[in-house]
Unconditional design. Structure first.
Length: 575
């Protein structure tokens, strides 16, 4: 038997499910012949997915498959009140998920959380899959499962056909279907070569006008090779992340898109990731999924027992070298049916590259901060929705364009929340420094300039700091509402003088206010802006451009300085 298996990609969502299902089936075959299966390696080759086995599957392993020695890839039947009579009579308990039992387990888990804030019970992860399949896809699920179970005595022929199908490119699906048709007719199995393509596994193949030749109109389901549909079901059951969107009954499904990773690493990371996924609004769902998965993946490589894996990680980019991200599909709820509304993808952060052991801890800290930052935004509010869109673009990308859109939009949101007496979470200057340094080292040099830091300090102490103190009754300094918007609005390429004029006006008023407070109290609470600071910022504008300096000043100026003495709740005199 071959050692390499290939799956051509035409639809990333469904073809990835096929590859995931085949991977689990191959792992089960290796288990049966007593060989390690964790070394199966997944490689995304662009137009196809390659699965490399650590050792070949022996011919006798396939030949010995039969009535009492079969493989299912971990897939199970789903039993409900309505379909009990249609299930095979000879199913062992380990091959069935009872819908009502799992539903009761899920309810008990959340009841305990509501009552005590935590639960001693294990959350039934499979519940999300069962709730997705039932009722819309349950008949198709049961039919394919029943056919697979019915033919377990001749499973050696089924597995042999599958392994040959995925041993070459392009995958000869038509030939495999013709071969199955002949086998079925010869042996009178009563199993058609084609099966309905369930929309949850094939978002691009829903029921509709699907005739190849435009000689009429008829509404029908799309069909596919039934063994390929079985593999998609295995991949869906084992690996799909499926949740209803918060606040409604619409559904979002995520399928992980590996780049280059072993079966053992992938399986362990997925087992830790699934319990962390909760129902979210649509855009926030994308962002938190990418951030959480990235954090769990990095934590896996950080474990002492995975030091050999860490050596392979050095020099790797998370998105380009390990896990690309997720293929996602949004389904609109139509009662007993669904409609595919959007098929897209969300990438893992492209700005994470590991070059040292310390990098893992640094990136995990940044990811945790972005998770907290993301959770504050309510998608139903228009201002928060815009911020979430910029945040999603940044999390999935590897440049600063979306990041600066986020940081220049955030001040208005922050000021508005604080004016209404509500909490708003700020990114720290440490995180902003790290993001800029990791993404564009040329811009990182700006952060090292004292003039830049001092003017950003003045912006912070004219906006977020006095507003924070205002909540405690301290109105010593005026709050410069709209300062961030003014600076970014006038900063345009070729309009450097307009930006310098607005910035100079702010600096003049800032120093004048410091002088006024000093005259009244004979105490200096804020550092003055010096002529050296002004000269340095003008030079930076000449060296870079006004939009870049404006964006960085606003991003840094509206951020939170961790453990900075001058940013405490009450003002203190400075030298």
């Amino acid at each position: 038997m071959n050692q390499t298996y290939l799956i051509g990609i035409s639809d990333p969502f469904s073809d990835t499910l096929t590859a995931l299902g085949l991977q689990h089936l191959l792992a089960e075959l290796l288990q049966k012949q007593g060989d390690p299966y964790g070394g199966i390696r997944w490689t995304d080759c662009g137009a196809y997915i390659r699965l490399d086995l650590p050792i070949p599957i022996r011919p006798e392993t396939v030949e010995n498959l039969g009535e009492d020695n079969y493989v299912m890839g971990g897939l199970r039947f789903i039993r409900t009140i309505k379909n009990t009579d249609s299930l095979p009579d000879d199913l062992p308990p380990g091959r069935i998920d009872d819908y009502e039992d799992v539903k009761a387990q899920n309810a008990a888990f959340y009841d305990e959380i509501r009552q005590s804030g935590s639960s001693t019970l294990n959350k039934p992860i499979v519940w999300d899959v069962l709730r997705t399949v039932n009722p819309a896809a349950l008949p198709g699920w049961t039919n394919i499962m029943s056919d697979w179970w019915k033919l377990r005595s001749v499973q050696s022929q089924i597995i042999d056909l599958l392994l040959k199908l995925y041993s070459e490119l392009p995958n000869p699906i038509d030939d495999a279907m013709s071969h199955w048709k002949s086998l079925n007719k010869e042996n009178r199995w009563g199993v058609s070569e084609s099966a309905t393509c369930q929309q949850f596994f094939n978002p691009d193949q829903g029921k509709g006008q699907n005739k190849v030749k435009s000689d009429g109109i008829s509404i029908s389901n799309m069909k596919g090779f039934w063994l390929t549909e079985y593999l998609k079901m295995v991949g869906f059951y084992r690996d799909a992340i499926t949740k209803t969107v918060a606040g409604g009954k619409d559904r979002k499904i995520f399928v992980v898109a590996p780049r280059d990773i072993s079966y053992a690493t992938y399986d362990e990371v997925m087992s830790k990731f699934k319990p962390t996924v909760t129902s979210e609004t649509s855009v926030r769902f994308d962002i938190l999924a990418a951030l959480r998965f990235a954090e769990i993946l990095l934590a896996h490589y950080q474990q002492p027992e995975n030091q050999d894996l860490f050596a392979q990680l050095l020099g790797s980019n998370l998105q380009h070298d390990l896990i690309g991200g997720f293929h996602t599909t949004f389904y609109l709820n139509l009662g007993n049916a669904v409609a595919t509304m959007n098929v897209s993808s969300i990438a893992l952060p492209g700005w994470i590259t590991i070059v040292s052991a310390q990098d893992i801890e640094t990136y995990r800290s940044i990811l945790d901060e972005f998770i907290s930052f993301t959770r504050q935004f309510e998608e139903k509010n228009s201002d928060a929705f815009a911020l979430l869109q910029h945040l999603r673009d940044f999390v999935s990308g590897d440049d600063l364009t979306a990041f600066f859109k986020l940081t220049t939009t955030f001040p208005a949101y922050y000021i508005g929340m604080r004016e209404r007496g509500k909490y708003a979470y700020q990114l720290t200057t440490t995180t902003i420094e790290r993001i800029i340094f990791m993404t564009d080292k040329k811009l990182a040099a700006i952060l090292e300039k004292d003039g830049f830091k001092n003017i950003a300090y003045a912006i912070r102490h004219s906006t977020v700091i006095p507003q924070y103190r205002k909540a405690g009754g301290d109105r010593l300094y005026d709050i410069r509402y709209g300062l961030g918007q003014d600076l970014t609005r006038v900063a345009r390429k070729g309009k450097e003088m307009a930006f310098i004029t607005v910035l100079s006006d702010f600096m003049h008023k800032y120093n004048a206010e410091n002088a006024r407070i000093y005259e009244v109290r004979n105490v200096q609470y804020r550092r003055n802006i010096t002529t050296d600071d002004i000269n340095e910022i003008v030079q930076l504008i000449d060296d870079y451009d006004a939009p870049t300096i404006a964006q960085m000043l606003v991003a840094y100026g509206y951020a939170r300085m961790p453990k900075e003495t001058d940013d405490q709740d009450t003002p203190e005199a400075i030298d």
